[in-house]
Ligand binder design. Structure first.
Ligand SMILES: NC(=O)c1ccc[n+]([C@@H]2O[C@H](COP(=O)([O-])OP(=O)(O)OC[C@H]3O[C@@H](n4cnc5c(N)ncnc54)[C@H](OP(=O)(O)O)[C@@H]3O)[C@@H](O)[C@H]2O)c1
Length: 268
C-alpha cells in the first residue's frame, strides 16, 4: 500500500551547502519539499534534480530572510499549511572579518538571518506542530557556540542562541510529540568560508567534514532521539561531562546575596 499522506519539509538556505543536502535527504525520506533561499536559479536547479531523483514535489520560495516581512510570510505558511511536518532552519551567514572591521548594518543583518528568522520560524512551528500533534524542527547551530574565542562573537553568539532556543523549545514541546534538534557542525566544506572571505589555510583540511557526512550524521542523531547533536565529537563522554558540569552549576546560580568575593571590603 502506498503512503498517500502528504508531509512537507521546509528547508531554509536550500540553494547550496548544508541546506541543499538536507533538502535531498528529506525528499529521500519521503517528504515533499519547500526550498527557501534568495538564489532562484540555484533553487530551481536543485528542485529539478530532486524531483527527478526522488519523484517528490518540490516548491521553490525565493525569499530574503534578512527582511522581516518575508520571515513573517514564511512563518504564516508554517502556521497555515497543515501538511508541513518538518522545518530545517539552516540559512545562515558568517561575517566578513572581525566585529571591529564590520559595519553595524553587517551585525544587524547577521542577527536578522541567524537569530530573528529561525526564532520566529521555530516558535511558529512549535505552536503549529503542538496543535497538529507532531512534527520536527532542526536548527543548524555551530561548534563556535562553545568557542566564543573563535571568529567573531556576533556569529558564535547567534549560534549559541540557537542552542538555548532549541533546548528550551524541545523541553516545552516533547509531551506533544514534537521533536526539536540542534545540530552543531564543526568546519564543513561549503561556500560559507569563501563568502566570509576566510582564507582556506585557517582550518587544516583534515578537520573539514563534507556536508553529506554532516547531514547523514545529523539524521543518525535525530533518529537516536538527540536534542543536541555534535557530529564531530568522537568521545561522547566529553559532551556528557560538559553537560554534567553545566547542570552542577545550576543550584549555585541564584542567591539572595552577593557571593563573598563580591562583597566590598568596606562599604561607603
Ligand atoms: N560551513 C561551515 O563550516 C559551518 C559550520 C557550522 C555551522 N554552519 C551553519 O550551517 C548553515 C549553512 O551554512 P553552509 O555552510 O551551508 O553555508 P553556505 O554554503 O554559504 O549556504 C548558506 C545558505 O543560506 C542561504 N542564505 C544566506 N543568507 C540568506 C538570506 N538572507 N535569506 C535566505 N537565505 C539565505 C544561502 O542561500 P542564498 O545565497 O541563495 O540566499 C545558502 O543557501 C549556516 O547556518 C551556518 O552558520 C556552517
Amino acid at each position: 500500500m502506498t503512503d498517500t499522506v502528504v508531509r512537507k519539509a521546509i528547508v531554509t538556505g536550500a540553494s547550496t551547502g548544508i541546506g541543499a543536502v538536507y533538502a535531498r535527504k528529506l525528499a529521500k525520506r519521503g517528504y515533499d519539499l519547500v526550498a527557501v533561499a534568495r538564489n532562484a536559479a540555484r533553487l530551481e536547479a536543485n528542485a529539478r534534480e530532486i524531483r527527478e531523483e526522488t519523484g517528490r514535489a518540490v516548491e521553490v520560495i525565493v525569499s530574503d530572510l534578512s527582511k522581516s516581512t518575508e520571515v513573517t510570510k514564511l512563518a504564516q505558511r508554517v502556521t497555515e499549511d497543515s501538511t508541513i511536518a518538518f522545518l530545517v532552519n539552516n540559512a545562515g551567514v558568517s561575517s566578513y572579518g572581525g566585529m571591529l572591521q564590520n559595519t553595524l548594518a553587517d551585525a544587524e543583518s547577521l542577527i536578522a538571518v541567524n537569530v530573528t528568522a529561525p526564532t520566529l520560524l521555530s516558535i511558529a512551528a512549535a505552536k503549529a506542530f503542538v496543535a497538529r500533534g507532531g512534527g520536527a524542527v532542526v536548527n543548524i547551530s555551530s561548534i563556535t557556540s562553545f568557542a566564543p574565542e573563535m571568529f567573531d562573537g556576533a556569529y558564535s553568539g547567534s549560534k549559541n542562541y540557537l542552542l538555548n532556543l532549541t533546548v528550551s523549545l524541545a523541553g516545552s514541546t516533547k509531551d506533544a510529540g514534537v521533536r526539536f534538534q540542534v545540530v552543531l557542525p564543526g568546519p564543513i566544506d561549503t561556500e560559507m568560508w569563501a563568502r566570509a572571505r576566510v582564507p582556506e589555510s585557517v582550518i587544516p583540511r583534515s578537520k573539514i567534514m563534507s556536508p553529506e557526512d554532516l547531514v547523514e550524521a545529523a539524521f543518525v542523531g535525530f533518529d537516536r532521539g538527540e536534542v543536541v547533536t555534535l557530529p564531530a565529537v568522537a568521545d561522547e563522554n566529553v559532551w556528557t561531562s560538559y553537560e554534567a558540569a553545566r547542570q552542577a552549576l545550576r543550584p549555585y546560580l541564584a542567591a539572595g546575596q552577593p557571593a563573598p568575593r563580591y562583597r566590598a571590603l568596606s562599604r561607603t
